[in-house]
Write a protein that binds this ligand. Structure first.
Ligand code: C5P
Length: 330
């Protein structure tokens, strides 16, 4: 992406430069896909999607500080599974923003505090990238708009633009082309984390294989273009979790279940505990249970943890805003 395509104006920015803060901290949310409709694989290997993203109150936190060279630390949930080097999506986000604004030599120290589990279908890496974009935008006093940060984020990963925007939004293309959704209400979730992560790429590949096998056996038509669920959108406009629950859908769920069959038990137990809807989140293995309220979400989380149906569980609610600066200064 070029500086021009950002609409960035060097002269305007240079006239408003002020002393850089010593540190900027931003948070960004995990997501649950309320609908994930997956089309056939495209020529570039990605799949055409129609998805309804929902940002929930499980947040990663990223602090950035000026430095002569870029470095990164990762602490918190699953920290040992996250690369603390230039392959980290947060590091790549800082590099991409610096390149987009022509800051070739910009170093930054990035400290990530993770609460979103890794390889969980909750877009935790994308959240870290989004928080880094927003934090560096503030640290370097660049003043790029949310739309410009989304454009940079889309090159980093399909879910990064949504982690910047948050709320509830319809994603098309690879999931990176967003339209805000008309939605009301608050939604309370229990999130049950799997024993081991799942690779998004492998889940998509398994989905393709399962579909090809079913088509060859004459059990299903080849995947067509994905379409948005009109009943789900109506339920979201009504803001009624009881209507939304049964309309949750995820085309990647059969693939995730075939790779981790034990997830069936978690889904069944959550339904037994009265969840309004029970679904694998994105590419999994996190299972998301829509609850009747905050206390019910806690009860489901406690029940699933104590029964051993999952490694751990928490509750969260949404929609929440996308990546946001929470602290800037000394
Ligand atoms: O965009 P992102 O890097 O998050 O995607 C990870 C992987 O998920 C891709 O390499 C691809 O295998 C798969 N994917 C896909 N279609 C999408 C989004 C992701 O096949 N729309």
């Amino acid at each position: 992406m070029t500086v021009q395509s950002c609409g960035y104006d060097h002269q305007v920015v240079s006239s408003v430069i002020r002393p850089v803060p010593a540190a900027v901290t931003a948070t960004a949310p995990a997501k649950v896909n309320l609908q994930l409709a997956v089309g056939p694989a495209r020529a570039d290997g990605y799949h055409a999607l129609v998805t309804v993203f929902h940002a929930v109150s499980l947040l990663d936190e990223v602090t950035v500080r000026p430095a002569s060279r870029t470095s990164i630390t990762v602490a918190g949930e699953d920290a040992g599974l996250v690369p603390a080097n230039e392959s980290n999506l947060a590091w790549r986000a800082a590099d991409a923003l610096a390149a987009a604004i022509g800051l070739a030599e910009a170093g930054v120290r990035i400290d990530i505090r993770k609460r979103i589990p890794v390889a969980a279908g909750l877009a935790g890496g994308s959240a870290d990238a989004a928080a880094t974009l927003v934090a560096c935008n503030d640290l370097w006093q660049v003043g790029l708009s949310q739309a410009e940060l989304c454009e940079i984020g889309a090159d980093l990963g399909s879910d990064v633009p949504f982690a910047v925007v948050g709320g509830i939004a319809v994603g098309r293309g690879r999931g990176d082309v967003l339209t805000p959704a008309l939605a009301a209400g608050n939604y309370h979730w229990a999130l049950a984390f799997g024993q081991a992560g799942l690779s998004t790429a492998e889940v998509y590949a398994t989905c393709d294989r399962l579909r090809a096998r079913a088509t060859a056996a004459g059990n299903r038509a080849p995947a067509g273009e994905p379409t948005l669920s009109t009943p789900l959108m109506a339920a979201l406009r009504a803001g009624d979790p009881a209507q939304v629950g049964p309309l949750l859908s995820n085309d990647l769920q059969p693939a995730a279940l075939s790779m981790q069959p034990e997830l069936r038990r978690a889904l069944a137990e959550g339904r037994d505990y009265g969840a309004l809807g029970a679904i694998v989140s994105g590419s999994g293995p996190t299972c998301a249970f829509l609850a009747k309220g905050a206390a019910h979400a806690r009860d489901i989380a406690v029940a699933l943890t104590s029964s051993g149906a999952c490694r751990a569980a928490t509750r969260a609610s949404g929609p929440v805003p996308g990546a946001s600066v929470v602290k800037a200064g000394a």
